[in-house]
Write a protein that binds this ligand. Structure first.
Ligand SMILES: Nc1ncnc2c1ncn2[C@@H]1O[C@H](COP(=O)(O)OP(=O)(O)OP(=O)(O)O)[C@@H](O)[C@H]1O
Length: 428
């Protein structure tokens, strides 16, 4: 059953900023919905409109099917918790937890019983007589969450609750919040710009950009089949390798995605080819996550090759960044409004790559100097292609590495950043 629905909800501030733009979102009873997106994409504004702290300029907000636009925050029965999780410093944990019930004029017996139950569920039963100043950061957070939910809200709203904590505490509390809201079955909207929180906590995640939903799906669905370049680039560490490619369809043979100096070939039997063939001769963007590529021997047929530029040792793995002679396709190059993305411009590094690969004798003449750049047109960068290696692998700078790409994990986007390969191995 739908607990909360936003129907074509917009919010334009008097300054003219469109914070939320015709948003449709419904959250099921007991569901944990995560709103994920970069700063300024409208996450907090959505939460504030649900809470009744901000009026939508347009659209409907429904609780359990009933239009709630005119309901006061109190009538909506939502609980909201923010980053700072402020507690009353002069009150004990018991006082803090019980305060909302006292305000609601519950009997002392009910207050005492509910506080004891909730404190046990939160693992703070032995701190009930302490003041907030005598609690650890994690305990404070749990008490503040408890205070927010003790009145059994219809919807629990959390706005970046972990952003002020160190990473160890964040990890622990992430799991705790997740299990707590599920064990009490409260419908939850959780706002974050942290993709790990979103991927680990959400039943469904709404990925937002400029007040609109780019993708609404399970975390797995968004990671595995991003519908846009924005989602592809936003989810995953290291960031998905995204490169410009030209499509060449050889009708009797196969489809090539030409990266500039090497290509990826899809057999004609691959169902994605049917979507890609109409882009023959055009530029698209291909995406391969680091985990879709594995190092292989130099003579491996069809291997991609890259020159090691640098490596990052992360303890549990090493990420090597390679120059594969392709041009990086990033979000900077996309306006998102239907304009064409800028075309690649040859860089000195790319020339260097070519000379490494072809040898000086075959080196092409330097390209014509690029005319003065158009406004808004930026020189494209040679792609840094991320490859996962075992811990403390020591690839040498300048070494050529051969890689096998698992093409079932290949993503293709058009110049406006929309996914092209909607069928085939990656469709859900
Ligand atoms: N009261 C306001 N008046 C004018 N503009 C506002 C107001 N509140 C928010 N905005 C603007 O609306 C847009 C969305 O803001 P919002 O706070 O919802 O984003 P957010 O995704 O929560 O960002 P963050 O992660 O940084 O908190 C931003 O451009 C912001 O500057």
């Amino acid at each position: 059953m739908t607990a909360l629905a936003l129907e074509s909800v917009s919010k334009t501030f008097p300054s003219g900023t469109v914070a939320v733009d015709a948003l449709d979102l419904s959250v099921s009873d007991g569901e944990v919905m995560v709103l994920l997106g970069p700063s300024g994409c409208g996450k907090s504004t959505i939460l504030r409109m649900v809470a009744g702290l901000e009026d939508p300029t347009d659209g409907l907000i429904r609780f359990d099917g009933e239009i709630a636009n005119r309901w006061s925050p109190r009538e909506r029965r939502v609980a909201m918790a923010f980053q700072d999780f402020a507690l009353y410093p002069h009150m004990s944990v018991r006082g803090n937890l019980g305060f909302p019930l006292k305000l609601a004029r519950q009997s002392p017996e009910t207050v005492s019983e509910r506080v004891a139950d909730l404190a046990a569920a939160l693992g703070v039963a032995d701190t009930l007589e302490r003041r907030p100043g005598q609690l650890s950061g994690g305990q404070k957070q749990r008490v503040a969450m408890g205070r927010a939910i003790i009145r059994e809200p219809r919807v629990f709203l959390l706005d970046e609750p972990l952003s002020n904590l160190d990473s160890a505490l964040r990890q622990g509390l992430r799991a705790e919040i997740s299990s707590l809201v599920r064990s009490i079955g409260v419908t939850t909207i959780y706002v974050t710009h942290d993709q790990t929180e979103a991927l680990t906590m959400a039943d469904r995640v709404a990925i937002l950009r400029d007040g609109r939903i780019e993708q609404l799906s399970t975390p797995h669905g968004a990671y595995r089949a991003p519908e846009s370049l924005f989602v592809a680039a936003f989810l995953g560490t290291p960031r998905m390798n995204l490169l410009w490619a030209t499509v060449y369809a050889y009708l009797d043979d196969r489809l090539l995605l030409d990266l500039g100096h090497q290509h990826v070939a899809l057999p004609w039997s691959d169902p994605r080819v049917r979507d890609l063939v109409r882009y023959h001769g055009e530029q698209v963007i291909v995406g391969l996550r680091a985990e879709a590529v594995t190092p292989v021997g130099a003579d491996h047929a069809g291997a991609l090759r890259g020159i090691v530029r640098y490596a990052e040792h992360l303890g549990h793995e090493t990420i090597a960044y390679l120059d594969v002679g392709g041009m990086a396709a990033g979000l900077d190059e996309l306006t998102g409004t239907g304009h064409e993305a800028v075309m690649p411009v040859e860089s000195s590094l790319r020339r260097w790559w070519r000379s490494r690969r072809d040898g000086p004798a075959e080196q092409a003449p330097d390209p014509e100097p690029v005319a003065e750049a158009d406004p808004g047109r930026h020189e494209q960068q040679v792609a840094e292609f991320a490859l996962r290696l075992p811990p403390y692998a020591a690839p040498k700078v300048g070494e050529i590495v051969a890689m096998h790409a698992d093409l079932s994990q290949l993503h293709v986007f058009d110049r406006n950043g929309r996914r092209i390969n909607t069928r085939g191995a990656l469709s859900r």
